[in-house]
Write a protein that binds this ligand. Structure first.
Ligand SMILES: [Zn+2]
Length: 408
């Protein structure tokens, strides 16, 4: 009787399926290299992907046939020898990005490769956040911005929302600041905007984290935490190069980390969440300003601190201390390369960073010290850029499949 342990393992997939997935993976590698690094020669593509020259030639030919890339005639660089042609992405392929905030909605079109072709923003008051109004506004804004961009072929749409999002369902589970509960946003938008590829919905802070990690302050980091604050405090964690999502996609609600059990009431129903100490309301209150005045009042506060006003400086020192306490906890848990600060922590970076660093000195375990704390590079554009990257993701994973699905 044969020993079962000597038997060859069962083939998990027929040979044809395996070769199809290898082909898709190779196409994905080539298109991703172009998307993230810009136009490249075939030799550069070999270096970035690790594929052979003949394999790169096959992938470039298939991507060209699908209308995704083309080879640009070489321009003489004045040096002897014939310069190589550059493989570049088709200028007609783009993603639609949408941002839904409390006080504004925005739409933008990004070409494959990440260049913004057009952007529109619509300010609105809190009374207009009814779901039906938001859907109609997004539809109008999307049609206008697509016309501005010259009506390119849209391979996917990404939507960033200020709220908890179940990404697998494209549903906004809970958005207290919009007053939304269980809104099937992806489905509602699919009825409103046509010919915009697959629509995917994500949390705005997670999308900002994705943007900073691919095209911003964290682009060279494998492990990054993004933290952004205004009224609420949001964040996203990139662990080993991938967004940390958790079981339902809700991971990263770091604004609701309990830091002060005897502190202020939080909008989430709990007490002493981190955002009650480092959000804009607490900062303005400490500085003797109206807590409801928002980001413009924070700009006034930076001016007061620059002029040496004591209450402004004390308010910033206290807020910086609470910021440092929470950041130390995050560093001890996630061991990141870099922490990227967005929102008012970006605009107030110079006023807060010393107090933050003082806390890290005593609270971060010595082997975990050394994480860089830097301001966001992308600023207010991060959500739209992240939404576009989410939309590009499936096209980069399966370029030919995506193109056939949008053409049928
Ligand atoms: Zn809370």
């Amino acid at each position: 009787m044969p020993n079962p342990t000597n038997q060859a393992p069962a083939d998990p997939a027929p040979r044809s399926m395996r070769s199809a997935s290898v082909r898709t993976a190779n196409l994905s590698q080539v298109l991703s290299a172009l998307h993230f690094h810009g136009p490249l020669t075939r030799s550069d593509l070999c270096a970035y992907t690790g594929l052979t020259r003949s394999s790169v030639a096959v992938q470039v030919s298939e991507l060209t046939d699908a209308g995704l890339v083309f080879e640009q005639a070489p321009q003489s660089d004045g040096r002897p020898g014939r310069p190589s042609p550059l493989v570049t992405f088709s200028t007609d392929i783009a993603a639609l990005a949408i941002e839904v905030e409390v006080d504004s909605i925005a739409a933008a079109v990004f070409r494959l490769g990440g260049e913004s072709l057009a952007e529109r923003r619509l300010a609105r008051t809190r009374s207009q956040v009814r779901v039906e109004d938001a859907i109609a506004d997004i539809g109008t804004l999307a049609r206008d911005v697509l016309a501005d961009a010259g009506s390119p072929t849209i391979i996917g749409t990404g939507v960033g929302v200020v709220g908890l999002v179940e990404e697998a369902e494209n549903t906004v589970t809970m958005a207290p600041n919009l007053g939304w509960d269980n809104v099937p946003l992806g489905q509602l938008l699919a009825n409103e905007i046509k010919d915009c590829g697959e629509i995917r919905v994500g949390n705005e802070a997670n999308l900002s984290a994705r943007a900073e990690s691919t095209r911003g302050a964290g682009r060279d980091a494998n492990d990054m935490i993004y933290l952004s604050g205004e009224v609420g405090v949001g964040g996203g964690v990139i662990s080993n190069g991938r967004p940390l999502t958790g079981r339902s996609g809700f991971a990263g609600e770091i604004g609701h980390l309990t830091v002060n059990p005897d502190g202020r009431n939080c909008g989430c129903g709990s007490i002493g969440c981190w955002e009650t100490e480092i959000g804009i309301r607490a900062l303005l209150e400490r500085a003797g300003l109206n807590p409801d005045d928002g980001a413009d009042a924070a700009d006034t506060l930076w001016d007061h601190a620059d002029r040496g006003e004591e209450q402004a400086r004390d308010a910033l020192a206290t807020t910086g201390r609470w910021l440092g306490i929470g950041v130390s906890t995050l560093i001890n848990i996630f061991n990141p390369d870099v922490i990227v600060l967005g929102g008012m922590y970006r605009t107030g970076y110079a006023h807060l960073i010393d107090a933050v660093r003082a806390e890290l000195e005593t609270r971060v375990l010595p082997p975990l010290r050394g994480a860089a704390i830097v301001p966001s590079i992308l600023g207010d554009s991060a959500i739209l850029i992240g939404a576009a990257e989410m939309a590009f993701e499936h096209a980069l994973a399966d370029p030919i499949g995506t193109m056939s699905s949008i053409r049928t």
